[in-house]
Ligand binder design. Structure first.
Ligand code: TXA
Ligand code: MG
Length: 346
């Protein structure tokens, strides 16, 4: 299959490309679209056969449900059984935006979307192009991140092209994603609500609206393959560059000593303030921003992980920000998953 590249810089000037993306989606094809978090691999959420194609293109396990994207709050009641009070509060505060809420689903959502569950994750994205495409297609769109299953999520059209060229009908190139990590996933079918995946909307923000929010185990520790989980996506190895990645946990001096001692070809993912020290002892160093600005770390993380795939290396050592209840929680979660929870404590 030839993958069309549909560039959209300006919604008016490039209206033809929006129309083309919508036409392909209405015909049951899979189209990658930009969102403010990461690029998504979209298909008509009400068409089970179209959604099947997403699973094939990604190589995604069948038991991992997809998020449904809408462009208007009024669509919500057509696809979910009930809208709890907490959902209305969160929608008022954070929609449109990087927040996915889990609802009891209506039958119009095919079971392939929800991976056989009776719930569905719904998000109203902020990105203008994403919303224009949903509006023009006139269907809610099921869309996981547009990477091959297991790889770092795409924050640029080029990342999508690298994984999906020849596998999907089109890629809408809308430039770089602003947030850089995926949406926050929260289960509001239970009380207190439970955070299933940290993301663009922080735990602190959620608590400021809801008061109590529980944090699912899967956010902070490894979940075994056969575990019965609330957040199915969290049990798979994820966000993995080709070379194995290990978190290096210690002060800068000890970390430099450790890297210097390695005999294999290593690379380092570090903070801006550490770049000079690591560059003296290692040829393959990438900074993803200063530790004190975790929004930038989130924005640069996946691009950096993908950049290591261009290097001849055996292992990547990564520096991780200190925990909190801000966006650093999402950075830590993605890094630990890409490391398969391996860490060297110095
Ligand atoms: O920012 C995002 O959320 C991006 C963009 C494209 O919107 N999408 C995304 O989708 O990250 P995906 O499929 O890569 O991740 C969806 C996550 C998975 O961890 C999945 O298990 C969880 O949401 N999820 C989806 N539906 C669920 C449900 N009904 N119950 C529990 N978890 C669910
Ligand atoms: Mg994903």
């Amino acid at each position: 299959m030839t993958t069309e590249i549909l560039k959209v810089e300006n919604l008016m000037k490039d209206a033809e490309n929006i129309a083309r993306a919508a036409e392909l989606l209405r015909a049951g094809e899979v189209v990658a679209i930009p969102t403010e978090t990461v690029y998504g691999l979209a298909a008509n959420a009400l068409d089970g056969e179209a959604v099947e194609k997403i699973f094939v293109a990604k190589g995604r396990p069948q038991d991992n449900p997809l998020i449904v994207h809408i462009d208007d709050f009024s669509t919500l009641e057509k696809i979910v059984e009930e809208i709890p009070e907490n959902a209305i509060k969160l929608a008022e505060a954070f929609w449109p935006g990087p927040l996915t809420m889990i609802f009891k689903k209506k039958d119009v959502i095919p079971s392939v979307v929800s991976a056989g569950r009776d719930t569905v994750g719904v998000r109203l994205p902020e990105h203008r192009i994403a919303r224009a495409i949903i509006y023009t297609a006139n269907y809610p769109l099921a869309a996981p991140s547009a990477n091959t299953s297991g790889r770092p999520s795409p924050t640029k059209a080029k990342h999508v092209f690298d994984d999906m060229n020849g596998r999907i009908s089109a890629i809408v190139d809308g430039g770089e994603s602003g947030v850089g990590v995926e949406s926050t996933v929260i289960d509001i079918t239970r009380t207190p609500a439970r955070l299933l995946r940290p993301g663009g909307i922080t735990l602190a923000q959620l608590r400021s609206v809801l008061g109590e929010v529980e944090v699912d185990d899967a956010v902070v520790r490894e979940i075994s393959d056969d575990a019965e989980v609330n957040a199915p996506g969290m049990k798979y190895r994820h966000y993995a560059p080709k070379a194995p990645l290990v978190i290096l946990d210690g002060c800068l001096e000890d970390s430099c000593d450790y890297v210097k001692k390695q005999e294999e070809k290593v690379a380092v993912l570090c903070f801006e303030e550490e770049l000079e020290a690591f560059s003296k002892i290692c040829d393959n160093v990438i900074s993803y921003g200063t530790e004190s600005n975790p929004a930038v770390l989130a924005n640069k993380l996946f691009d950096a992980l993908r950049a290591f795939d261009e290097m001849e290396i055996d292992r990547i050592y990564a520096r991780e920000p200190k925990g909190g209840d801000g966006i650093e929680l999402a950075v830590i979660n993605r890094l630990e998953k890409s490391a398969g929870f391996t860490r060297i404590i110095l």
